[in-house]
Design a protein around this ligand. Sequence first.
Ligand SMILES: Cc1cc2nc3c(=O)[nH]c(=O)nc-3n(C[C@H](O)[C@H](O)[C@H](O)COP(=O)(O)OP(=O)(O)OC[C@H]3O[C@@H](n4cnc5c(N)ncnc54)[C@H](O)[C@@H]3O)c2cc1C
Length: 433
Amino acid sequence: MPPPAAAPTPDARRSLYASTAAAAGPTPPLGSDARARIVVVGGGYTGLSAALQLAERGVDVMLLEAREPGWGAAGRNGGQVNAGLKHEPWTVLTDLGAVAGARLLTLAGEAPGHLFGLIDRLGIACEAERGGTLRAACSDSQAASLGRSLEAWRSLGVAITALDASAMRRATGSDRYTAGGLDPRGGAVNPLGLARGLAAAAVRAGARLHGLSPALRIAPAGEGWSIATPGGSVRADTVLLATDGYTDDLWPGLRRSIVPIYSAIVATAPLPAPLAASIVPTRAVVYEMGAITAYYRRDAAGRLLMGGRGVQREAPSFADYHHLVRYAERLWPGLARAEWTHWWNGQFALTPDFYPHFHSPAPNVYAALGYSGRGVALGVALGRELASVATGVPLAELAVPATPIRPIPLHRFWRAGVAARIALGRLRDALER
Ligand SMILES: Cc1cc2nc3c(=O)[nH]c(=O)nc-3n(C[C@H](O)[C@H](O)[C@H](O)COP(=O)(O)OP(=O)(O)OC[C@H]3O[C@@H](n4cnc5c(N)ncnc54)[C@H](O)[C@@H]3O)c2cc1C
């Protein structure tokens, strides 16, 4: 066993949410050897949701988080709660078959409703708003694909409203769009507030949460597993891995089965009321179609949060975010004098097939990851699936199919490949417009 590394400290370079989210509760590092029936690794939505569900069912559960709950993408994302998957419904039904496809579509379609219900039930203060998700087409060809998608969702009973160019102008305050679809299932949250609220609720329900406690190594121990951290180790019957875009080499091959992608966000100071009111007056969250999407929303204080592609590395300098500011100014020229106060990026896990992945690589070890940029509602939903399988629900009964971990060949070249695809996607989108 390698010598335990020193515990890391939380990093100071944080998103806007560090100053707008409710304060975090205490999650002291694991300081001695311990025993738990189930150990969850990773304190984002997936891990926190699993720990919460388990604790609420009276199961003895411990969560280990390398930094603090919500430190990963859960505390840095765009705060868009969206229904559905990256793929259109007909692709899901073709890829997975009618039964498994319908189950996954139901899970992904109902995920926002479940999440907003959970926020309500637990009284989580996270600026939750259910103004819908607006999917925006920037060209005639995107409008045509959107039309096909809306038809498919309507045939599944989802009441998505089609918007033409002038309705989109009224809904967004920008004349950029040729068409749109408003999905009433979606909405917005303060992402870090949500993560911290889930953490507090899990602790109240009896889960033991340890921050600054990276799982360094997992080894078989008797009938179960032993997980080493810098401050002590824990023996458990079952291990749940929930590390998404921050997955390391803890479990063989898992890191190489996904591609961690950086996405970037910039935020204004609270805007003057008339200007704020002219930006997405409907208060939906918006994401654009296209190879490389931009996404944005207004927060409770009247700030604009504009997200999209960015450099594929840590990016503390504002210079790395100018393209997002320029794009926002193009959508709403009135922003020309706005003050941009926060910029940050973070990583999510992209899977090669764009489906979330659920694995059981060894007896009583399960992993859920790879929401390909749609993990707010889906992460919470798959955390629930992890809790179910850990308490005896057979894998075959889950709403998400379990697959073997498949490391991506030539994985280390993928980051460069993604950067090239981002450039190509920009070019393709630009040519279409
Ligand atoms: C900038 C950005 C914008 C996004 N916008 C949206 C959006 O608007 N809507 C949407 O649906 N999705 C969005 N996403 C994606 C979404 O945030 C993620 O899919 C979601 O947070 C995944 O949740 P998770 O719990 O699985 O992983 P994370 O939230 O990333 O949490 C994983 C945690 O695991 C911990 N960890 C890793 N290794 C170890 C270890 N060995 N031991 C202990 N802990 C470990 C990490 O410290 C981290 O806290 C965005 C992502 C980013 C980066």
